[in-house]
Write a protein of this length. Structure first.
Length: 306
């Protein structure tokens, strides 16, 4: 099948996207909560405060707030230190124990500690991450929820070509893949598509306009992070990756080893209950519905843990 490409100005959903980006500047003030007696401690009665950090974007902060409320519901004393920034900014605080708990992503964190890592599947990446973590840090159970590179098509294109997996693209002519400029040389870019799935594509550097170009029909495949709310708001279909082309990046709680056992039951229950679809839906609530992180977290806990 040959695909003609017609340049049409996309119907931009910039308001929602801008809201998603701006809401990353949420509260960075430390807040404190805990048991009525002021002591921490369910699961052992330790009086120490659990300091929880987050990166400076809504998806990560929502997960951190879920951790915080779940621990408070279990009578732990919690301090929030949210919206810190990127990995280079917060990792020293995790390593020195100033922060005790942080929502992370298995694949990206593995590559941070081991740039030459070769694992790709969820279980293998998690095992490699456990080996790569420095002394003093513990990876609790990883979640089915992910925020990782993924290949997406429009729902109409998926239906027209009967697509569910990346490999289903093989044999379709005239495909153009859009994404950040560096995608062209990444292992999971055009060369990876060809070697792993026998899919031939042209590449176009679309950067921040990738989803808009996909919706407009100017590209047929888009590289989008899997928790991006536009997957839902723009009715996109994420193609399954059974051969592990992408490095799995499941949500994983990273804890100080000296508190990991104490909080494990509570936080592992959160990880087990969170799904990829729910993470996207919560991001939509933040970016489109403009709901507060606290309300989103409380509603998720009531529906999944209470």
């Amino acid at each position: 099948m040959s695909i003609s490409r017609t340049r049409v100005l996309p119907a931009l959903g910039l308001a929602a996207v801008a809201a998603f980006a701006l809401s990353a500047c949420g509260s960075s003030d430390s807040l404190e909560g805990g048991s009525p007696s002021g002591g921490g401690g369910g699961n052992g009665g330790d009086s120490s405060t659990i300091v929880i950090g987050s990166q400076q974007y809504p998806s990560n902060e929502i997960i951190a707030e879920i951790y915080a409320q779940a621990l408070e519901n279990a009578d732990f004393t919690v301090e929030r230190n949210f919206s810190i920034g990127q990995r280079d900014a917060y990792m020293p605080s995790l390593e020195d124990g100033s922060i005790n708990l942080f929502p992370e992503y298995t694949g990206n964190l593995l590559q941070y500690f081991d740039a030459d890592a070769t694992a790709t599947t969820a279980d293998d990446v998690y095992a490699a991450l456990q080996e790569a973590l420095p002394d003093g840090l513990t990876a609790l159970d990883y979640s089915p929820a992910t925020d990782q590179d993924s290949y997406n098509v429009t729902a109409a294109f998926a239906e027209e070509n009967d697509l569910t997996e990346i490999g289903d693209l093989a044999g379709i002519e005239g495909l153009t893949l859009g994404g950040a400029p560096e995608l062209e040389t990444r292992p999971y870019g055009p060369e990876g598509l060809k070697s792993v799935y026998d899919v031939d594509v042209q590449f176009e550097a679309t950067a921040d306009t990738t989803v808009d170009e996909l919706v407009a029909g100017n590209i047929q495949i888009a590289n989008v992070y899997s928790a991006d709310p536009r997957i839902e708001t723009e009715d996109l279909v994420t193609l399954e990756d059974p051969e592990g082309l992408f490095l799995a990046s499941n949500v994983v709680p990273i804890a100080s080893s000296d508190v990991a056992d104490e909080i494990a039951d509570v936080i592992n229950a959160v990880s087990a209950a969170m799904t990829p679809e729910e993470l996207v839906a919560m991001n939509v609530q933040s970016s489109v519905d403009q709901r507060s992180t606290e309300d989103i977290a409380a509603e998720w806990i009531a529906a999944n843990l209470d």
